[in-house]
Design a protein around this ligand. Structure first.
Ligand code: SF4
Length: 322
């Protein structure tokens, strides 16, 4: 089971394609740490009783800006069923104590990085961001090797017109730094429709990407780096570039993935919380957690969300499969 929790919508970067760009005059929210700990305890107990591991993945905004992160993560990591993950822009990882915490308590960290310094820093509105991510990855890789720690280092690249030309070289650079896994997603248009048209991938881009992947996968694989780019996932990207909707009639809602937002709504994915989300204060027992999949399924049968007619869930289409 994977539980993704968007713990904050605060961010210190100005990414023109993101809904949480710090320049946007939106209300910002952060999760209630007591509720996060209580609910994850229930989900972890449910997973343990089923004999399954639970991967808890912190998302933002920028998760490192959420003050309770470290104390809470240290406590959760003691639960036998729980492994921790986080997606970060690299903020605060120049700090040795922060890296110590990641090495001690986390199973994986995903760094957002989109291109060489001029491209990445420009897109993210954060001068020096590329260098900080590089330093963090190199330091963590070296500290991990020295201590025999098991932290997995992953990078995620957003593919768009500005980043596609440097994609293969960036993958090689990430391999040099000590990254284990590389994932990517195409730019979406939901968050910032103004940014999207000039930067969206086109069918020719998708074809070139698919042509590049097999040799690049082999090259990186020979260096011990896993490029996650399954045929299903590439087909999903291609369909989007052509404007072909991919309807999903049964995604097994809530069976393998749960998403919780900063307001405390839990659902089968981030896209359908308005349709199928349940307030986490309704979850009082392990049985309540166990009943979620059936509740989501019934809710979808009563009224399937319009977004399911072109499901944007990268997990569903195998983003993390090689
Ligand atoms: S958007 Fe996709 S993952 Fe989410 S409920 Fe619909 S089909 Fe399932």
């Amino acid at each position: 089971m994977i539980l993704l929790w968007r713990i904050t919508t605060h961010c210190n970067f100005s990414c023109g394609f993101c809904a949480y760009d710090r320049r946007l005059p939106i209300a910002r929210h952060a999760a209630d740490p007591d509720e996060v700990e209580r609910v994850i305890g229930l989900v972890a107990d449910a997973a343990r009783m089923r004999g399954e591991p639970l991967l808890v993945s912190w998302l933002g905004g920028e998760p490192m800006l959420w003050r309770p992160l470290f104390g809470l993560s240290a406590r959760l990591a003691r639960h036998a069923a729980v492994a921790l993950s986080m997606t970060s822009n690299g903020t605060r990882m120049d700090n040795l104590e922060v890296r110590r915490h990641l090495l001690d308590h986390f199973a994986e960290v995903t760094f957002s990085l989109d291109g060489p310094a001029s491209v990445h820093d420009g897109l993210r509105g954060a001068p020096g961001a590329y260098d900080r991510v590089r330093s963090a990855i190199v330091a963590l890789a070296s500290e991990r090797a020295r201590e025999g720690a098991r932290l997995k280092l992953r990078a995620n690249i957003v593919l768009m017109q500005a980043t596609l030309p440097s994609f293969a070289d960036l993958c090689r650079t990430l391999a040099d730094w000590g990254i284990d896994d590389i994932t990517f997603n195409q730019l979406g248009g939901r968050d910032r429709p103004d940014f999207f048209p000039a930067q969206a991938l086109r069918p020719d881009d998708s074809r070139r990407l698919s042509d590049t992947i097999p040799a690049l996968k082999d090259e990186l694989g020979a260096r011990g780096v896993r490029l996650c780019a399954s045929p299903d996932y590439l087909a999903r990207i291609d369909a989007s570039t052509r404007g072909h909707p991919l309807a999903v009639h049964d995604c097994g809602p809530g069976e393998q993935f749960l998403f919780v937002d900063e307001l405390g709504r839990i659902g089968p994915c981030s896209f359908t919380l308005d349709d199928h989300g349940v307030a986490i204060d309704q979850l009082r027992t392990v049985a309540d957690v166990d009943s979620l999949a059936a509740r989501f399924r019934q809710s979808r049968q009563r009224h399937r969300a319009a977004v399911c007619d072109d499901c944007p869930s990268t997990q569903f289409f195998g983003k993390f499969a090689a």
